[in-house]
Design a protein around this ligand. Structure first.
Ligand SMILES: [Zn+2]
Length: 273
């Protein structure tokens, strides 16, 4: 039962993200009644909001709701609400508006939830008023359980229209069609892979270059041509000839070293003398 609810909330938040461009952390406007109720029932409001919305949240309270809390003189609830970010509603603090009026003015900006608020309120009238605005997640406490209202008909209408528009665009403009887009993406991925594939055949070249180096380093030019002819005749012979070559090479190197080492002591004393 609880899991089922969590799943439906997750789906619902996806709609708010997708259709109404909600982003984490969700800004949650709480009213004074909810703060008082959760405090008196020692329900962790922030934790509850996180669990219900299944995301990071930023709880906020308007100046008017804060004023209403001060009047209750419930120090615990006031202390809890002070932790929240204060939402400036620009209503006169000496003449605070009712929670309904204040929250409606903050959430409903020309019929839209401009600032993408989640509204957490115990007041049925406030919820009823803001159901009319599409894209307002409504949260409240049902006894000791925090619940989220199902998508309002206003929200559902906008969501449906958006889906329809996408479909309509898709039929007329291939750019908006999911399939074509995917193909393009795949092509893009292929084109990205292509240079990698091109790099592939280039890789053996450095290896062949290494072989060439060994051939170049060979002292006698005729031996390289001989080995080439040997490799042409048979693989085994080529390998043996190469081994021989390498052996002669090392010998040559040794000889060179010997010569150099032999020469050096001869020349150096001469220069000294
Ligand atoms: Zn206000």
């Amino acid at each position: 039962m609880r899991q089922k609810r969590a799943k439906s909330y997750r789906k619902q938040m996806l709609v708010y993200n997708h259709t109404f461009k909600f982003r984490e952390p969700y800004q949650v406007l709480v009213d004074d009644q909810l703060v008082t109720e959760t405090f008196t029932s020692s329900f962790d409001l922030v934790k509850g909001l996180k669990r219900t919305l299944q995301a990071e949240v930023k709880p906020m309270i308007t100046q008017c709701c804060m004023q209403a809390l001060y009047e209750t003189n419930n120090q615990g609830a006031i202390g809890a609400a002070k932790e929240f970010e204060r939402r400036r509603c620009n209503h006169n603090p000496k003449e605070p508006k009712s929670a309904l009026e204040c929250l409606a003015s903050v959430v409903d900006v020309n019929g839209k939830n401009k600032h993408r608020y989640v509204l957490a309120t115990q007041d049925i009238e406030i919820r009823r008023r803001l159901r009319r605005v599409p894209g307002v997640p409504l949260v409240y406490m049902n006894r000791s359980v925090m619940v989220m209202e199902p998508l309002s008909s206003a929200s559902e209408k906008v969501s449906r229209e958006m889906e329809k528009q996408k479909l309509y665009k898709g039929l007329n403009d291939p750019k908006f069609a999911g399939i074509v887009h995917d193909e393009k993406d795949e092509q893009g991925a292929e084109s990205q892979n292509k240079p990698k594939k091109r790099k592939g055949p280039k890789e053996p070249n450095p290896l062949s270059m290494k072989k060439k180096k060994t051939e170049d380093s060979k002292p006698v030019s005729t031996s390289s041509s001989a080995s080439a002819s040997a490799s042409a005749s048979s693989g085994k012979k080529a390998s043996t000839s190469e081994a021989d070559d390498s052996a002669t090479q090392s010998k040559n190197r040794r000889r060179r070293k010997h010569k150099k080492s032999g020469e050096e002591p001869e020349t150096s004393p001469d220069t000294i003398q």
